[in-house]
Design a protein around this ligand. Structure first.
Ligand code: DLL
Length: 454
């Protein structure tokens, strides 16, 4: 059913914007022109003043896109040092809206938007929503939180820009979400993949079959998820699920999104310049090699960042896409470099554990990784919830399942871990971004150093 939305469209209606099919050379010219303007806009900001006073660089010195490497990086720590608005490019009265990152560990990083920024943002979200089949006759359920988080409002106005209907359900109250899906026959769902999983399992547990819902497509983002997770959610809800990426410091969701072919996320290159760098050396990695995404704003009025270090690890891909868009694509985010744990010399991302777990029948994607250092060595424990149909109180019944899981984890990560099987419905569910990793090593250090002092 979903296939028909796209396949029956007249060709000229495949793209939302001509920017999506701009010849590569023209795109590079546009990027360079915008990069030079951005440099001239930001060089007097408190955030960058010292660098530009020292180097005397201006937009005129940026002669090719490679010259981006002459510009300074920006980090979250620098934004916080300049909190709240050492990076604001406009007078306060021109701010149309403020969003920010969640700021669970510190103050949030705040970003401002002018009216034009809000328009640009809605348009960019419209592009990837449209590329995934959203049309003006659809009704979409937005199950993201609305607030400082950019997910709710960002997608909301993107849907409105396409001209489709919106149910701003917000995150949480899963039975009510499903009631809306049934009663209002919503066509599309917007959520984090972990919340979508939560909804999909509840649909299954309520005995509702996918064809009894009208859902056709979903756009998920805001956290890392795997191809395996996509399969599970698509099957449980009978939909096509698309990935989209963004971060509040740069604009919010909008940086890239998948088209109908689900083969990497098309980067909205007229608005963002993305480098893929080795996080240690900060040198570019060859295309196809995972590296840290470093992003420069090319078209934002209220705040514009140079070379923002996202800590997100992914590959870039310039090969042509079957959809005809000419933009470069990025692969899934395999993880954040600050979510990566190095255990006995091996790099581990939570997504690798998700991939391994979902290869085993009877296992759910509800898991938690705990990293501890009880002695000299790091120890990893994976807690994972087992499906009702495969759970038994008798340890011997679970032995094979346990062996299978440990085997898959070793195949995917190369690591031996401790495994704890949890009973059905006992592990925490999330309505926003899921927390999959608890690194308790610092805690041990703190405790032992306090112990030393006594
Ligand atoms: O999460 C923006 C967003 C909202 C994107 C809704 C997509 C959909 P922040 O709260 O600032 O903004 O968090 C940004 O989330 O650096 C990534 O680590 C992660 N992230 C965002 N999208 C994806 C994705 C929003 N598709 C941080 N896959 C980023 C993996 C993602 N991680």
């Amino acid at each position: 059913m979903a296939e028909a939305i796209y396949e029956n469209l007249p060709f000229e209606n495949l793209y939302w914007s001509q920017m999506e099919t701009l010849p590569r050379e023209e795109m590079r010219v546009l990027q360079l022109e915008r990069l030079r303007k951005t440099v001239d806009k930001v060089r007097h900001l408190p955030l960058y003043r010292e660098f530009f006073e020292k180097t005397k660089l201006s937009g005129d010195d940026i002669r090719s896109l490679d010259d981006i490497r002459r510009l300074p990086f920006t980090t979250k720590a620098q934004l916080l040092e300049n909190y709240p608005f050492g990076h604001l490019l406009i007078p306060r009265h021109e701010i149309a809206r403020i969003h920010g990152s969640s700021g669970t560990k510190s103050k949030p990083t705040l970003m401002a938007y002018t009216r034009k920024d809000l328009e640009t943002w809605a348009n960019l979200c419209a592009r990837f929503l449209y590329a995934g089949g959203l049309r003006s006759n659809h009704l979409v359920q937005v199950s993201f939180g609305y607030g400082l988080f950019t997910g709710g409002f960002g997608l909301h106005y993107g849907i409105e820009c396409v001209g489709a209907g919106i149910l701003p359900a917000a995150a949480g109250n899963t039975p009510r979400q499903i009631m809306f899906m049934q009663d209002l026959k919503t066509d599309g769902l917007i959520a984090t993949p972990s919340y979508a999983m939560n909804i999909a399992e509840t649909v299954r547990d309520m005995g509702i079959k996918p064809h009894e819902l009208a859902l056709k497509f979903a756009h998920f983002g805001a956290e890392a998820w795997t191809e395996e997770m996509r399969q599970v959610i698509e099957n449980l809800l009978g939909i096509k699920a698309f990935n989209n990426y963004g971060l509040s410091e740069i604009l919010g969701p909008s940086i890239s999104g998948e088209c109908w072919y689900q083969n990497g996320m098309h980067i909205q290159e007229d608005n963002f310049l993305i480098e893929c760098l080795d996080p240690e050396t900060l040198e570019p990695v060859p295309e196809g090699t995972p590296g840290e995404l470093v992003i420069t704003n090319l078209n934002k009025e209220a705040t514009s960042l140079l070379r923002y270090r996202t800590r997100d690890i992914a590959i870039l891909d310039s090969s042509p896409c079957r959809c005809g868009r000419t933009t470069q694509r990025m692969g899934r985010i395999v993880g954040r470099s600050d979510d990566m744990v190095v255990v006995r010399g091996v790099n581990l991302f939570p997504t690798q554990i998700e991939e391994a777990l979902l290869r085993v029948e009877g296992v759910t994607p509800h898991f938690l990784i705990k990293v501890e250092r009880p002695g000299a060595m790091d120890e990893i424990t994976v807690q994972v919830e087992i499906q009702e149909s495969h759970f038994s109180d008798k340890m011997s019944d679970m032995d094979e399942l346990r062996r299978n899981i440990l085997h898959q984890i070793q195949v995917v990560t190369g690591l031996r871990v401790k495994l704890e099987l949890a009973a059905p419905q006992t592990m925490q569910r999330f309505v926003g971004k899921a927390k999959r990793l608890e690194d308790l090593r610092d805690l041990h250090n703190v405790q032992s150093s306090q112990g030393d002092k006594k």
